[in-house]
Ligand binder design. Structure first.
Ligand SMILES: [Ca+2]
Length: 153
């Protein structure tokens, strides 16, 4: 009987995580703050996860919402497009999230790599194999390369 209780509690915790109450709280904060033109987060050059929603105009230009898929470097280190899944179709984890995978690819450590509050493929360390992302396929696949096309000059 104890096992049943434990299993039920775990399922409830999983369901709560799926609705992501943190995201709901962020949306409230952002919607509240968006009309304030003095609010410093939108178009400040940093992609803020809590502002990367339609109600906040996708954080202005910060989260690459209207970004081009074009890039020039052979390793795609300058890719700033919007492919958000790996070559095998796995959904990417947002760079600003530390769930499900804990990682060190942060804006703080890689300020010029186009990371932040979005889950688009990037190549912050200049891997030869090109842009990649942490996946949401936990605990099976931590990261995987993305197919972002070929570089063009
Ligand atoms: Ca911002």
């Amino acid at each position: 009987m104890k096992w049943l209780v434990l299993a039920t509690a775990t399922a409830a915790a999983t369901a709560a995580a799926a609705t992501d109450p943190r995201r709901l709280q962020w949306e409230d904060n952002c919607v509240y703050n968006c009309p304030n033109e003095a609010w410093p987060w939108i178009d400040d050059g940093a992609c803020d996860l809590e502002c990367n929603i339609e109600a906040c105009n996708w954080d202005g230009r910060d989260c690459f919402h209207d970004a081009s898929e074009c890039f020039e470097q052979s390793n795609g280190a300058d890719y700033r497009g919007k492919v958000d899944h790996t070559k095998s179709g796995r959904t990417c984890q947002a760079w600003a999230e530390q769930m499900p995978w804990h990682h060190t690819m942060t804006v703080f450590d890689y300020p010029d790599a186009g990371l932040g509050g979005h889950n688009y493929c990037r190549n912050p360390t200049g891997r030869e194999s090109g842009p990649w992302c942490y996946t949401t396929d936990y605990p099976d696949v931590e990261w995987e390369e993305c197919d972002v096309g070929e570089p063009k000059k």
